[in-house]
Design a protein around this ligand. Structure first.
Ligand SMILES: [Zn+2]
Length: 143
């Protein structure tokens, strides 16, 4: 006894579950399960690709944000250094004014403590400037 294959219509044994000609299963549900499997695989592949693309986008955004943060930090350091430099200039002018007054005053001793305080402040500012410049060097090297 024979029957026709449901897929290629060749004559096959009546009890055959798989066609000897085309290799297809004679139960349509089982035959179509193969397609379902392929379809699921394709969907999974597409989802994986989408996830990969999203992850890439996130990574680019993160890298960009990090770069911007570094730029801002670097600018803050430059700004800090500029402020300290400005303060040093102001204190230098102040010091010169007090020196001039001492040289031309009848009571120079009244200016001594003011001059010493300004000198002390200048020393502190120069230390701060050195520290700020070192920080700036480090941030420039890291870029
Ligand atoms: Zn067949």
């Amino acid at each position: 006894m024979t029957k026709n294959c449901k897929s290629c219509f060749e004559n096959i044994h009546f009890n055959a579950t798989v066609c000897k000609e085309c290799g297809r299963h004679q139960n349509l549900i089982i035959q179509n399960l193969q397609h379902v499997g392929i379809a699921v695989s394709i969907v999974m592949l597409l989802l994986a690709y989408q996830q990969y693309k999203d992850a890439s986008k996130d990574r680019v955004a993160t890298t960009e944000a990090l770069k911007n943060t570094e730029i801002v930090e670097s600018r803050v350091r430059v700004f800090k250094r500029d402020i300290i430099e400005g303060n040093i200039r102001s204190y230098k002018i102040l010091l010169n004014i007090y020196k001039f007054r001492m040289d031309n005053s009848e009571h120079p001793e009244s200016f001594i403590s003011a001059r010493d305080n300004i000198s002390k402040k200048l020393k502190e500012l120069r230390k701060e400037l050195k520290k700020a410049e070192n920080e700036l060097d480090v941030s420039i090297k890291n870029q």
